[in-house]
Design a protein around this ligand. Structure first.
Ligand code: N01
Length: 554
């Protein structure tokens, strides 16, 4: 049934898509994580638009709602990893420096209450198709449960990790025990006491699950392909005073807007080898000992650019890490003397007692680099050398089809009918500023590819992108512009900038998800903007300057 704006199928009641009505909206937001929630608030409460949000899950929180595996916690410290809106933080108290998933979920519930978001959200609503009609300049969006919506502006806010990657192992569905996927973990407690468990994958997710499961399981087998250059988290309770002082909390947000990372931090403004060996060691000790990602994101300025500088940092890390592992074989597998790739070109995880776990007699390490997994059988996991590892439970933590996977699920078709993700999978990602796609007018994508996203503090860069999108929409309405698009030339220029900056770094030297290299068949290319938030902001304002001078007005 088609409903015209402002009317409904039953008198004055709003259209109800649960009953087959089509929602007629100004704006539709897809995804209820950090960017989707803020976007809905901006569009609805500041631009006074008729805006709704579709979320595939059962609650707000996005990645923090889906990734509820044991031990899940953020690797950016609070306060700082949160919205800067005072109405949200003025009566919210974090307990730990690196909050766990339950606390992050509670935070989203708090945000929901403060901004009254849920009343305009449809949960369990998974979008599978979105297409633009040039004549009406609207997007029509369809969901798996039969809802349909038409909107002038479509904001796809599904983040970078909306689609888990599960390798195509033979026999996966024959496993007789319990198998758990990190990004779709059950809400009920999973009891591993007395069980033989396996964890496949040693990214941030795998390490966090291993640390929890190895506490209680009878036997833990870890399947590692590439060693993680994990850094000590140094978790702590937030000391009193950190959050209570209004002026210093405001200052955190002010300072974070002036840096490249969106955190109030800068790398050491010196090249590694220009420091004396004593100075360098002191700096490394300070960064490593301070915990968190400091050894990665506030190291010497040439860490991710100069191979010699990088090796110096790796050697320091390896020495520290090797000293924590008793068994010589485990030591060589977990922290080899010869690095498999430069330090930090794959994201280091934060760990609490990860390396010491391998000193326990009931924790074993299997190198799938030496002998890959070839089959899952009812009673366990088989590697290429014919070895069967008998287990009762498996946790799969093999990462994500970053960006493209989530966009693929939404099924975005450009105005010529081509599927955007299909084109990206064939020819590589094409965007302008990581937020717009040529041929997709009025489509905006915060925290996606080609933007600083995963190389910045999420909430800071999301707030910037959402404000920019809202500003473009506000200007469109003031100017009476129905739709804006970007040119192919703008896309090409942006891709060139993304690629040239990445090629100045050591990032292309590893097979990482930053480069799309973790998914078989996916084009290997830089997926994120490494120019930093300062330059990124400038580029965005250049595009929307004047009367939206950098955009095509339709
Ligand atoms: O995914 P990953 P993740 N056989 O891609 C291995 C964020 N995050 O979910 O390195 C065997 O990093 C793969 O091996 P390799 C954070 O940004 C944040 O852990 O490709 N192994 C790797 O070890 C993070 O960086 C937090 O050789 C296979 C692992 O699986 C990002 O999400 C918490 C395999 C995948 O690691 C992704 O993290 C969680 C195969 N066929 C996530 N295929 C925090 O804030 C893949 N692997 C703390």
């Amino acid at each position: 049934m088609t409903i015209v704006e402002g009317a409904s199928s039953s008198g004055n009641a709003p259209p109800n898509p649960e009953h087959g009505d089509r929602l007629e909206l100004d704006a539709l937001v897809v995804g209820g994580g950090f960017s989707g929630c803020y976007m809905l608030h901006k569009l609805r409460d500041e631009l006074n638009l008729n805006a709704k949000l579709f979320e595939a899950g059962t609650a707000l929180g996005g990645t923090w709602h889906r990734n509820r595996y044991p031990g899940a916690r953020v690797d950016v410290a609070v306060p700082g990893y949160e919205y800067s809106m005072e109405q949200i933080w003025n009566d919210w108290k974090w307990t730990e420096k690196y909050p766990g998933q339950p606390e992050l979920q509670a935070y989203f519930n708090h945000v929901d209450k403060k901004l009254s978001l849920s009343k305009d959200c449809y949960f369990n609503t998974e979008v599978y198709d979105a297409r633009f009609d040039t004549e009406s300049a609207t997007w029509t969006v369809s969901t798996k449960d039969g809802k349909r919506a038409r909107a002038k502006y479509l904001i796809v806010a599904v983040g970078f990790a909306a689609k888990q990657h599960v390798p195509d192992w033979k026999g996966l569905d024959t496993f007789a025990g319990d198998i758990y996927y990190s990004a779709n973990w059950p809400t009920e407690y999973v009891d591993v006491r007395g069980k033989r468990v396996a964890v496949i994958g040693t990214g941030s997710t795998g390490i966090q699950i291993i640390q929890e499961w190895a506490k209680d399981a009878a036997e833990t087998t870890v399947f590692q392909r590439t060693p993680n250059t994990a850094l000590p988290m140094c978790q702590s309770l937030l000391p009193p005073g950190v959050q209570e002082d209004r002026a210093s909390r405001l200052q955190i947000f002010e300072d974070s807007k002036k840096t490249n990372s969106g955190l109030e931090i800068w790398p050491i403004p010196q090249n590694t080898m220009d420091a004396s060996p004593e100075e360098r060691l002191a700096a490394y000790e300070r960064l490593y000992g301070g915990g968190g990602l400091w050894f990665w994101n506030t190291n010497y300025q040439d860490l991710l650019v100069d191979p010699i500088a990088n090796r110096e940092a790796y050697d320091f890390w390896a020495k520290k890490t090797r000293a924590r592992i008793d068994d010589p074989r485990a030591r060589d597998l977990l922290a080899p003397l010869e690095p498999l790739h430069p330090f930090g070109v794959k994201r280091p995880s934060l760990e609490q007692n990860y390396y010491e776990l391998f000193n326990k007699p009931n924790v074993r390490l299997v190198s799938t680099r030496e002998s890959p997994i070839v089959e899952i059988r009812p009673n366990g996991i088989v590697t290429e050398d014919g070895q069967l590892y008998e287990v009762d439970m498996i946790a799969v933590a093999t990462g994500f089809d970053v960006v493209t996977g989530g966009i693929k699920n939404v099924g975005i078709k450009d105005r010529y009918g081509f599927d955007v993700a299909d084109q990206w999978n064939k020819q590589g990602v094409r965007t302008h500023l990581g937020m717009m796609v040529s041929g997709c007018p009025n489509l905006f994508m915060p925290y996606s590819a080609h933007s600083p996203s995963v190389f910045s503090n999420g909430p800071t860069s999301i707030e910037f992108q959402v404000r920019w999108i809202a500003d473009v929409i506000r200007k469109m309405r003031e100017l009476g512009v129905r739709a804006v698009d970007v040119s192919k030339e703008s896309e090409q220029a942006w891709k060139k900038e993304v690629t040239e900056i990445a090629n100045m770094t050591l990032l292309p030297k590893a097979k990482s998800w930053y480069m799309g290299a973790n998914i078989p068949g996916k084009p290997v290319e830089p997926l994120f903007y490494l120019g930093g938030m300062i330059l990124y902001r400038e580029r965005c304002w250049e595009t929307s300057r004047g009367n939206l001078d950098g955009l095509i007005k339709m």
